[in-house]
Design a protein around this ligand. Sequence first.
Ligand code: GDD
Ligand code: MG
Length: 353
Amino acid sequence: MDAVLLVGGQGTRLRPLTVTTPKPMLPTAGVPFLTHLLVRARDAGVDHAILSTSYRPEVFEGWFGDGSDLGLRITYVTEDVPLGTGGAIRNVAGHLRHDDFLVLNGDILCGLDLAALVAEHRARRADVTLHLTEVDDARAFGSVPTDASGWVTAFLEKLPEPVTNRVNAGCYVFAPSVLDRIPAGRPVSVERETFPGLLASGARVYGHVDLAYWLDLGTPAAFVRGSRDLVRGVIASAALPGPAGEALVLPGAAVADDAVVTGGTAVGRRARVGAGAYVEGSVLFDDADVAAGARVVGSVVGRGARVGEGAALTGTVVGDEARIGARNELVDGARVWPRVVLPDGAVRFSPDA
Ligand code: GDD
Ligand code: MG
């Protein structure tokens, strides 16, 4: 089966991590996030993955190559100008076999049984089948009401006042005939144009409700949570490069004997955690350096970045190769841009004891 992976977005909400690395390629529990998705697709019967790229396409191809390491065939199709989610699907039409195919948003971590989604699509003889999940606040998603039998009655993208908390989970099965319904050569949003248009013309769009683990990794807080849940095995992944547990320490990393690394933290290759440091529920990219006595909680430390002695980070994103001087204190939502140097003791949120 073919799968189209939509991976062309700029990942603006994850800046500055996405300044150099596209969102789906950020190291998540030890491997680029997309690896988890590709392996899940492969294990559900996908043998050909089409990566629909636009932003920094070379990063994908440089890492995955022809896909043979993962047991897949991978084709890359790059948009010079972003074509939107629908335009991206239409743009890869020439690479698809004439059969039902999967479409996956490239930033979704989920436990959905993909084979069951495909089986439902075929049993219902649908034109499109959408995975639907439920969230507390649907404003950032496509809300998707259905009738009593599960047929979709409307597709309402990012409403300020959503009509239902059942939302588009970013995973679809398409019948090949739907490709003809998407105009070629211009940007098209599958959410704002294609799905509403299909419904208006009476197409058969089915909503497959599955409430398994589901997370959109599009924000720093969600990215950290996704990595943590993978490391701890809250969501299983065959791509996890080690046993699930409180910490995943990759080869070449050095953690001091009296440092504490816990809460689903991932420690990248050649990263260092110094004496007496405490790291909880965080992601340390390759070559990151957490110095002695530092405290890092729910944070991301970018590639080659350094957190100085006694610094304290909570809910913080540190860009690649940035330097956080000793005894700085950064709290929720702080973002430090790549290569920025913060002098010792420059930022404090609590008075000195
Ligand atoms: N090739 C290509 N070209 N890919 C794109 C483009 C484009 O122009 N624009 C976005 N993408 C990719 C992104 O890389 C991402 O993997 C996926 O399409 C979805 O884009 P997001 O920017 O993450 O969208 P969202 O999270 O705000 O909303 C989407 O996902 C929600 C579920 O997480 C929508 O599909 C919502 O309806 C849905 O509820
Ligand atoms: Mg998203």
